[in-house]
Design a protein around this ligand. Structure first.
Ligand SMILES: Nc1ncnc2c1ncn2[C@@H]1O[C@H](COP(=O)(O)OP(=O)(O)OP(=O)(O)O)[C@@H](O)[C@H]1O
Ligand SMILES: [Mg+2]
Length: 307
């Protein structure tokens, strides 16, 4: 029999004032799965995560996390099995790197020796061992994110929740975090994460939920979402200076097209990538590329700025 889901949310809702910030989300995270929550700013990702991690009580719906119903009486049991890396930095600025870990470990009831051992192991895992004595205010943004990841792992969590784990990191630091998350995944840790980086979502997540305005707009494996909502290739035509008749030939095709500012996007499915289509592009300034998750995101949530 399959293991029960690590997160089971049904009709999960959060209302602030008169706004339904999270509006009836139903989703599950299977044991060992990495699920990504995507969505524009203000879509309700962090609010969803705050409900899953005992920081905000749901207004309605049912929520079961690591086998326990989400009620105040179960918060301690749930938190003992969760690792949380919040969107906002929440380290203790007056403590050293090492102390941030050992003090936090004591909240989980780890004894001195065990806390020191775990802290050591995790400083190595996140490549912070050489910084152990430094105060938080002297660390770079990337080091702080890595320390927050280390802290989230102190209790060897069943479910690791990462709210934008690599926002603001340089490419090297992002890759280090990805590699570490993959290592945790191989060990069977279940992961719930949010990100605005589509490459990160495609790299780390088995399955994605795209949300907008508190609701799910699409759900599936990254490659399946691309195939279902966009196709196989995208041609971007730079429309400024191009003749409208030439652009018209392209928008009249059997493929989906969309004009955003000076760029005309043509979304092509397998059979539509033809020599006829490319002859219609003659004389125009364009690039051709594989369809990506970013195309899915923009197709489903639009090009307008949020929040
Ligand atoms: N404590 C609160 N009180 C009132 N409104 C809130 C509160 N927390 C969040 N909101 C509102 O709920 C909406 C969703 O916010 P949330 O932080 O969940 O979005 P998000 O998807 O995480 O966005 P981002 O990508 O910018 O992090 C926003 O409009 C936000 O202003
Ligand atoms: Mg957020």
């Amino acid at each position: 029999m399959a293991a029960p889901p690590v997160v089971d949310a049904r009709g999960l809702t959060k209302v602030y004032g008169s706004r339904r910030v999270v509006d009836g989300l139903t989703f599950a995270v299977a044991s060992g799965e990495a699920l990504g929550l995507l969505g524009p700013n203000g879509a309700g990702k962090t609010t969803t995560i705050r409900m899953v991690t005992c920081f905000a009580p749901p207004t309605a719906g049912t929520l079961v996390v690591v086998g326990f119903p989400m009620t105040p009486a179960r918060h301690a049991a749930i938190k003992a099995r969760l690792g949380i890396m919040q969107q906002e930095e929440s380290l203790d600025p007056d403590l050293s790197v090492e102390k941030n870990l050992t003090v936090y470990a004591s909240y989980f009831g780890l004894g001195h020796a065990e806390a020191a051992r775990r802290a050591e192991e995790l400083m190595r895992f996140t490549e912070l061992a050489e910084r152990r004595g430094e105060h938080i205010r002297t660390l770079s943004g990337g080091m702080k994110r890595r320390l927050m990841l280390a802290r989230a792992l102190l209790n060897d969590p069943v479910l690791l929740v990462l709210d934008e784990p690599t926002t603001g990191l340089d490419p090297q630091a992002r890759r280090l975090v990805w590699e570490r998350v993959r290592a945790l995944k191989r060990r069977g840790t279940t992961i719930l994460l949010t990100t605005h980086y589509m490459d990160e979502a495609a790299q780390l997540c088995d399955r994605l939920i795209i949300m907008d305005d508190g609701r799910i707009v699409a759900e599936g494996r990254p490659a399946d979402l691309v195939a279902a909502h966009v196709g196989s290739e995208v041609v971007e035509v730079y429309a400024s200076g191009a003749e409208e008749s030439a652009l018209g030939r392209l928008t009249d095709g059997p493929w989906r097209s969309e004009r955003v500012g000076d760029v005309l996007y043509l979304y092509l499915r397998d059979g539509q990538v033809s020599s006829a289509m490319f002859s219609a592009l003659e004389g125009l300034d364009f690039t051709r590329r594989r369809a990506s998750l970013e195309d899915v995101f923009l197709t489903l949530t639009g090009h307008a700025l949020r929040d």
